[in-house]
Design a protein around this ligand. Sequence first.
Ligand SMILES: Cc1cc2nc3c(=O)[nH]c(=O)nc-3n(C[C@H](O)[C@H](O)[C@H](O)COP(=O)(O)OP(=O)(O)OC[C@H]3O[C@@H](n4cnc5c(N)ncnc54)[C@H](O)[C@@H]3O)c2cc1C
Length: 487
Amino acid sequence: MKKHAVIIGGGLGGLSAAIKLQATGWQVTLLEKNNDVGGKLHEVVIGSHHFDFGPNTITMPHVFREVVQDAGENPDDYFTFEKLDVHTKNVFADRSSFYFSSEKERMKEELLKLDPFAADKYEDYLMEVENLYSLARQHFFHRTFSSWKDYLSLPLAKAMARVKPLTTLDAFHQQFFKDARVRYAFNRYATYIGSSPYTTPATFGLIGHLELVDGVYFTRGGNHRIALGFLKLAKKLGVTLLTNTEVTKLEVKDQRIVAAITDKEQRITGDKFILNGDLLTQFPRLVDKQHRPHFSLKHVQPSISAFVIMAAMKTRLDLHHHHVFFGENPKREFTQLFDDQKFGDDPTIYICTSSKTDETLSPDGDNLFILVNAPPLSADLNEKREPSFVIKERIYDQLEKRGLAIRDNVVNDITVDPTTIAAKFHAFRGSLYGIASNRKRDTFLRPYNAAKDISNLYFVGGSTHPGGGSPMVVLSGSNVARKILSG
Ligand SMILES: Cc1cc2nc3c(=O)[nH]c(=O)nc-3n(C[C@H](O)[C@H](O)[C@H](O)COP(=O)(O)OP(=O)(O)OC[C@H]3O[C@@H](n4cnc5c(N)ncnc54)[C@H](O)[C@@H]3O)c2cc1C
């Protein structure tokens, strides 16, 4: 009889684990509380306007392709990635701007406009971020972590001494970029893991390698096609998919999970269980305290959350596919977000307009996905937050000051705030990426991929190793599946 794996949550992490296990002879049942799989990556439609919620910036497309390839299928039958050579326009408070490009010479020309020192140092920068990337690739991306001992290795210690990943990201960038505006643009990479560049370790400079060497990609038809591709493959392989099915308890006997109990009172037994739902909320919810003595939420610092507006426009606006409007003092915004736990008063505003690459996604006007970093929800459940419409109007005012007339051109809009993110995905305090990487221990000592006190329970997704962001969670799913297959 086939071995049976039960996966709780159909985000990208759960789907990649399901595909690998099912393709290798296991029977997989995947249980998802929402109507659709894909988790934070899903499509939102307003009339003729189509939006991707969640990942708008796609890097490491090979990671998604490998999931399909490893299952014996052709990735081109599931999704197609297009590289955006000049991918992001960075606009500053003084109206100056420069573009990010994965073409080296173009990048040097762009930097020259604002910071000749940076243009001169750019090749040194690329070499350093490549070192950081290969350190992470060799020692973190493809491994599961089950205990602190997994961090102890001589090659890792040697590599760490060589590339010094433990200074802050901002300090790392100061070596290469003199102009504060240029540093603001590169420092923004810290927000890709929900953290601050003034505390997060330089390790995450590797994101520069991903965006500026490997490149930024868009999935033809919208990035949610990645989730749809995984869904199609999971179905083809024979994964049992139960949507609108929430797991409410995991039954434990002799330090093993014996069954998942659902809100429909099903009792689903299995050999191995994989939790893809946020482990910080779902592990303590689903497993009784007496069975998890080593688990604690003490000292856990959630990553930042987001306030999102999806605005359906009746016209085309002067925007690039990825467009960032920086505030006057982005450093102050990080202090406000992380220390004061409030919105920046002059925030950096990111807008993704995928219709700039593919007009068919919104034929009657642009599709603006507007994102402002938000503090995670407070641990105090009685916290009072500003109503969403107030925050939305403030963001529209700020964009109008920066020359973008939203109100005159918007047909309809939808807002998503941290409370909705927390409720819809059971995300810990509304965080986008699980735990922040503001402290060294959080970067290298994230929750492990296997439960300490339960022998057949594994964790995948943004709250565990190797970290948040869509390629990382896909890797976590494949890594855990490989670990299970290796016995
Ligand atoms: C606004 C926003 C912007 C982002 N931008 C980017 C970006 O540009 N690039 C990038 O790479 N990443 C981005 N991310 C991050 C990326 O979306 C996530 O890292 C990734 O999608 C998370 O996948 P996951 O598998 O960890 O979990 P999730 O997507 O959270 O999926 C977990 C699933 O488990 C389900 N679940 C939870 N508990 C239960 C239960 N008890 N029973 C059944 N089901 C359950 C949830 O409903 C959910 O569907 C962004 C995220 C957000 C929200």
